[in-house]
Design a protein around this ligand. Structure first.
Ligand code: B1N
Length: 838
């Protein structure tokens, strides 16, 4: 800064008034009170917890802004290669406690609030979750931003600023079914974003595209609808560093307020039509995961977001005055699933039509810039867009896609002459009525690297999804980056007591092991120390009591914190098999009912927790929720058994609810049909908090078992290679469930016999098991029940159990998102860390 000429006024006047991040409690207090008085215009007399939250958030935000500004200046001067994470979902959760932790002013703020008469716990829970995501994919993006900032990497996220996040879930009192309500999360303003009303781009839809036919491949796209994209910046502080990265979210807005002509003619409805349709683009997050519907609004979202993001990157790149051919030397773009695949086409359009770059040169730039992560092998999730829709909405992009197809065909034909079937499999266009564009194939063809999110999944990506592409491009283009989670939020913040115990045991400062999670291995030396075992158990007990209290408040029922807490929390989906879990609970209940009071006393006490949302149109998933809720009402009210088994479905699952549930779990269920859960990330979070894993040999469960040892996890069920065979058998040699799995048949009959009510409503759900059984519950049920028995047995020996728990936490180093981000930064993006100086 020293060498540059000071732009305006007297440098001393400026710099002497600039402030740094507050570190003194008295400064924090001054700032909070100042915000109460001025920003909030409130008096101390009637300030409630929410007001205190707002003031504390504003005071904290001031500190973030200082660091965020420094970071942006730092990297603008330094001009390093940057990486961009394009994701339609960022499931951030709450920000205040994370910001306080990362700024290192948590104790000061706690003390300050306390002297103002507020408890920090009460204040923190006032914040609404930023829930701009469906589940794992969106939360992963949030963890990756945290790790990128912590590692001082020049990484920005790009997404959409939805006015409504994932819907709120209510449970109907009458019948226990799911009800959806809007999530107006911005209602009380959002202190964590900076509106950048000056960062605006125009995005075009519809219109027509004329090729210039001058041999350049260029075209002119004109007419149609133009919409504005306005930037909102969300500050992403790193832990133990001033580096504060940026998440830029776009809001759509009409180019003109309303159509003056119609307005003047008195046609008010028509006058605001265009403006409404522009605003609609970023109004709501699509609440489906793992399914695509080919809806125009979704495609509009995808293009709006990728076009604005690329225009923004291009502007930043051009400010560096580098030749356009060096674009890929300064920019790496990670595609979070196929949702941003249009970015590939858009960059081609910008280079060819606007920058006058010859096609083949443009293609070289593009194929060096993009990286593609696949997150699922479920066929219903693979995005395909109808050609007529693309033609209508993005005529120029369709031309470019066809140009890509033509050139790609030529190169395949050259390598495999005359192999028409191969061409059809590899084509970016699927034949049919209508023809459809296969976004995954496009993403693979244009990316430098393609990865899955756990070893098994990456193997399935190579073998099942893209075998032809592996043959064509070679193996090295396809690799694996196993997912990770941030230990800041998922250990230190949500489980402070365990974090403290770890710090004491390792005799290492917290900020050392929280940045190098492999250090947890040091716990292994102390596994046999009875003192540690005792403290470890006490921490778990304390977290269970916190959850018990929470549930007692919600349901008005007593929860026994000495019982085993068994948790399954995730989106409702047939492949995740919540149905297997609830059928297992019913099996246990029926067993208990048939026991004498004496026999019951020997049974391991258990409290089962479920939480998760079902996509609003997913009938069978919603029925599963309804069954869980109604089973819980019967079981919890049964005086014969309810001391031994109780069951809760916690409504409106969210990041914040996960932060309460995960530290309290003795065991978590990760029981997807083998080969269907790409990775899973809550499995890692539970293990980090010392919750053992009951699961199938699937996704990241396998790597967790590799780390902690198979004797510390509870595995069951058929393996991935068996699943196709079993499905074949179900179709061609079906065996009635009564014969194949009598225990399960009894459970299904119990549900049919209405002991949980419903008058037959559950039949469609039960029939997915009785007929077809695509997710092989009938094949895995016995093995599942045996595994649950093993869990019960293991829990009887509390010392052994606690040892398993300690060993599990100790081996979670690999599953830090810091490791995952390092993999991406080194192996894919080729970017370097750079620390913003103090
Ligand atoms: O992504 C997570 C994985 O840990 C999970 O195993 C995986 O199921 C999840 C379409 C998805 N895969 N695909 C989606 C989300 C939204 C949507 O519109 C698909 N989510 C996953 C992180 O890798």
């Amino acid at each position: 800064r020293g060498e540059e000429k000071w732009p305006r006024g007297d440098q001393k006047t400026w710099t002497s008034s600039m402030r740094n991040v507050f570190t003194e409690t008295s400064d924090v207090t001054k700032s909070i009170v100042n915000h109460v008085q001025t920003s909030l215009a409130r008096a101390p007399y009637n300030l409630d917890d929410f007001g205190a939250y707002q003031a504390a958030a504003l005071a904290t935000r001031d500190n973030l802004i200082v660091n965020w500004n420094e970071t942006q200046i730092h990297f603008t001067r330094k001009q390093p290669k940057r990486a961009y994470y394009l994701s339609l979902e960022f499931l951030m959760g709450r920000t205040l406690s994370n910001a306080l932790l990362n700024l290192g002013i948590q104790p000061q703020t706690e003390q300050s609030l306390s002297s103002l008469g507020f408890s920090i716990e009460d204040v923190l829970v006032q914040e609404r979750d930023a829930a701009l995501g469906n589940g794992g994919l969106g939360r992963l993006a949030a963890c990756y931003l945290d790790s990128s900032a912590t590692q001082e990497l020049p990484v920005w996220g790009y997404g959409l600023r939805y006015k409504y996040g994932i819907f709120m879930q209510l449970i109907k009192e009458e019948d226990g079914s799911q009800l959806e309500a809007p999530d107006p999360w911005l209602e009380h303003q959002n202190p964590w974003e900076l509106p950048r009303l000056d960062v605006v781009y125009e995005v075009r839809f519809y219109g027509s595209s004329e090729r210039l036919n001058d041999g350049s491949g260029r075209a002119v796209w004109s007419g149609g609808q133009e919409v504005l994209a306005v930037a909102y910046d969300v500050m992403i502080p790193g832990y133990g560093t001033r580096n504060t990265n940026n998440l830029r979210l776009w809001e759509s807005k009409p180019k003109r307020g309303f159509d003056l002509q119609s307005f003047n003619a008195g046609d008010y409805e028509h006058a605001v039509e265009a403006s409404n349709s522009a605003a609609a683009i970023t109004s709501v997050l699509y609440p489906n995961d793992h399914t695509t519907f080919g809806k125009e609004l979704r495609l509009k979202q995808q293009y709006f977001w990728t076009a604005a993001s690329l225009a923004d990157m291009m502007r930043r790149f051009k400010n560096m005055d580098k030749p356009i051919n060096e674009f890929a030397e300064y920019n790496a773009i990670q595609l979070n699933d196929t949702h941003p695949t249009l970015a590939i086409v858009e960059l081609m359009r910008m280079l060819v039509d606007e920058e006058d770059v010859p096609w083949s040169q443009a293609w070289t730039i593009v194929t060096n810039t993009f990286f593609f992560t696949n997150h699922t092998v479920l066929p219903e999730a693979l995005e395909k867009w109808p050609v007529p829709l693309m033609q209508h909405l993005l005529p120029r992009h369709l031309q470019i896609i066809f140009d890509i197809v033509r050139r790609f065909f030529l190169s395949v034909e050259k390598k495999f002459p005359g192999d028409v079937a191969r061409l059809a499999r590899m084509s970016l266009i699927e034949e049919g009525f209508p023809q459809q564009i296969r976004m995954a194939n496009l993403a693979v063809v244009a990316s430098r690297k393609v990865n899955g999110v756990a070893e098994l999944h990456s193997e399935l990506v190579r073998k099942n999804l893209f075998p032809d592409f592996v043959e064509f491009f070679g193996k090295s283009k396809f690799s694996n980056v196993t997912n990770g989670v941030t230990p800041r939020r998922w250990l230190d913040q949500c489980n402070p007591a365990l974090s403290q115990l770890i710090t004491d045991t390792l005799k290492l400062p917290r900020d050392v092991w929280l940045k190098d999670l492999y250090k947890l291995e040091g716990l292994l030396q102390h596994v046999d120390d009875p003192k540690l075992q005792k403290s470890w158990a006490a921490v778990k007990r304390q977290n269970k009591e916190r959850l018990a209290h929470f549930v007692e408040q919600m349901f008005g029922l007593k929860v026994d914190a000495s019982a085993m807490f068994d948790v399954q929390i995730k989106r409702l989906h047939e492949y995740k098999r919540q149905t297997l879990n609830i059928l297992g609970v019913i099996y246990r209940y029926l067993l208990l009912k048939n026991m004498t009071p004496e026999e019951r006393k020997k049974v391991n006490k258990k409290v089962v927790f479920f939480a998760g949302k079902a996509a609003p149109g997913y009938y069978v998933a919603k029925l599963t929720i309804r069954l869980i809720v109604n089973v819980s009402r019967v079981i919890n009210a049964d005086p014969d058994t309810n001391q031994y088994l109780s069951l809760f479905f916690l409504p409106d699952y969210s990041v914040s609810l996960a932060e309460v549930l995960i530290p309290a779990a003795d065991i978590s269920q990760q029981i997807s049909t083998a080969g269907t859960e790409a990775s899973g990330t809550s499995n890692m979070k539970f293990c980090l908090s010392g919750g053992l894993l009951l699961g199938t040999v699937d996704g990241a469960n396998i790597e967790i078992a590799e780390e902690v040892g198979e004797d510390n996890v509870f595995f069951f069920g058929h393996l991935t290679p068996d699943v196709d065979k079993l499905r074949y058998e179900h179709t061609y040699h079906p065996v009635p469930v009564e014969q194949k799995c009598p225990e399960l048949a009894k459970v299904l009959d119990a549900v049919s016999s209405n002991i949980f009510g419903g008058n037959g409503v559950y039949e469609p759900l039960l029939n997915t098991v009785r007929q077809g059984d695509y997710y092989i519950l009938t094949d895995d049920f016995d093995s599942y029940i045996r595994a649950v028995e093993m869990v019960d047995e293991a829990y009887q020996d509390q010392t052994e159990w606690i040892k398993k728990s300690i060993r599990t936490t100790a081996k979670m180093g690999k599953f830090s998102s810091d490791r995952a981000i390092q993999d991406y930064a080194q192996e894919y993006w080729n970017i370097e860390s750079s620390r913003v100086s103090e």
